[in-house]
Design a protein around this ligand. Structure first.
Ligand code: FAD
Length: 393
């Protein structure tokens, strides 16, 4: 069995892996290296209570500081791993130290994709370190342009409205969060944003952000413009693969791993947002980008490192909180899916199941967590949908 396992990246994937290693009886040394200065924390809180100022980084911590010491996990916050040498099985840290490893887990996550403007008024939001500047811009400037109608763009729109900012959301798609929500639920989400005073502009491909006259102007491909005191670019994320690539490990969008979370390098594993992984149910490689997927992947990678059987890949699922309501979504939606609506969309309690040839492939729920869980099981089983239901309008 390995004597020292090094985990690079102290997000949820890395932190869960370290905990799982210890829980499963690994008695050797575990070093958990994280570039961010904080204890491992709930990243989803960044666009919700942390940005709103109603939560604190201490309350968002996954575990109290004492936990890591008591678990004999050598947590090193604020330390970046600079290079991996897979021939020598070593990791060089920014502190100058070089650590040998028996197994290495890369859980380096992702970075916010951005539009290179060089402007201090243009923000991105990925971690705790991005919050202060965005919050100051929203509370002092009072107006915000958000480029991107995905999960982060929509959540920040809701949070910034809660802080009293005037918010314009420029979405390249024809509906909000359309990668994970079916059309009727996206439309519901847009209505809620509009009711709460967010100006939502769909089908806007922003080509430029110009810093001028004490503010930012977004220029769309069709020449239209919108201006505000500040802008948030929320156009997705880029997997953080630099370390793996420089070490000669196979990368294709993310760090490529098999279903045991093994990379192309001997005794090097990877998990979480940094990876591209084959999902047997979907029959394709994908880059999971949800909290629960990263957590499960961290646990599964730890089991693989120890040579123990790991849970099989689960149906991906996530959630979002906007304007006081929480939506949960699961699986893989396609615009051509048949939709079964159970409940009342406007009433705030529903389950929408997406079918492909009568088999559930995706679902979205509000205030029905148990039903969403049950539908995940159906998606996993790949069995035809049976309950009589009313098709979506
Ligand atoms: C603002 C925001 C809100 C979100 N909200 C939701 C939500 O509501 N629901 C949901 O399901 N998902 C949500 N997500 C997605 C979810 O948070 C991510 O899928 C999850 O955090 C990924 O975990 P991870 O451990 O793979 O990567 P990360 O959380 O990105 O952690 C990776 C860590 O590795 C560190 N690192 C990178 N390179 C190095 C290096 N060389 N050396 C040392 N450390 C390094 C990084 O600094 C980072 O701390 C949200 C994401 C964001 C950004």
């Amino acid at each position: 069995m390995s004597e020292r396992i090094v985990v690079v990246g102290a997000g949820v994937a890395g932190a869960t892996a370290a905990q799982t290693l210890r829980r499963e009886g690994f008695a050797g040394e575990i070093v958990l290296v994280g570039a961010e200065p904080d204890l491992p924390y709930r990243r989803p809180a960044v666009s919700k209570d942390l940005l709103a100022g109603t939560g604190t980084i201490e309350r968002a911590a996954l575990k109290p500081a004492a936990f890591w010491a008591e678990s004999r996990i050598d947590l090193r916050p604020g330390v970046t791993a600079e290079a991996v040498d897979t021939d020598r099985a070593t990791v060089r840290l920014a502190t100058g130290e070089t650590l040998g490893y028996d197994s290495l887990l890369l859980a380096t996550g992702a970075r916010a994709r951005t539009l290179d403007t060089g402007s201090k008024r243009v923000h991105t939001l990925r971690g705790r370190g991005d919050i202060e500047a965005l919050r100051a811009a929203v509370t002092t400037g009072g107006s915000l342009l958000i480029i991107g109608g995905g999960l982060i763009g929509c959540e920040v729109a809701a949070t910034a409205r809660g802080l009293g900012a005037r918010v314009t959301l420029l979405n390249a798609g024809s509906e909000l969060m359309d990668r994970v929500l079916p059309a009727p639920v996206s439309a519901l989400l847009r209505r809620r944003h509009v009711e709460h005073g967010v100006r939502v502009e769909n089908d806007v491909v922003t080509t430029d952000l110009v810093d001028a006259d004490g503010g930012v102007t977004a220029v769309a491909a069709d020449g239209r413009t919108w201006s505000a005191a500040a802008a948030l670019v929320a156009i997705g994320s880029v997997p953080d693969t630099a370390l793996a690539e420089a070490a000669g490990i196979t990368v294709n969008d993310g760090i490529v791993v098999d279903h045991h979370h093994r990379t192309s390098a001997h005794n090097v594993f990877a998990a979480g947002d940094a990876t591209t992984v084959y999902h047997p149910l979907r029959g394709a490689y994908e880059r999971p980008q949800h909290w629960n997927s990263a957590m499960s992947a961290g646990a599964a990678a730890a089991m693989s490192i120890l040579g123990l059987p790991a849970a099989t890949a689960e149906v991906p699922w996530g959630w979002t909180d906007q304007h006081g309501r929480s939506l949960q979504f699961a699986g893989w939606l396609h615009p051509h899916n048949e939709l079964i609506v159970d409940g009342d969309l406007d009433g705030g309690e529903f389950l929408v199941t997406a079918l492909h040839q009568s088999i559930p492939v995706g679902a979205v729920a509000m205030a029905r967590p148990r039903d969403l869980r049950a539908t995940r099981t159906l998606i996993d089983a790949g069995r035809p949908y049976r309950t009589p239901a009313v098709p979506a309008p």
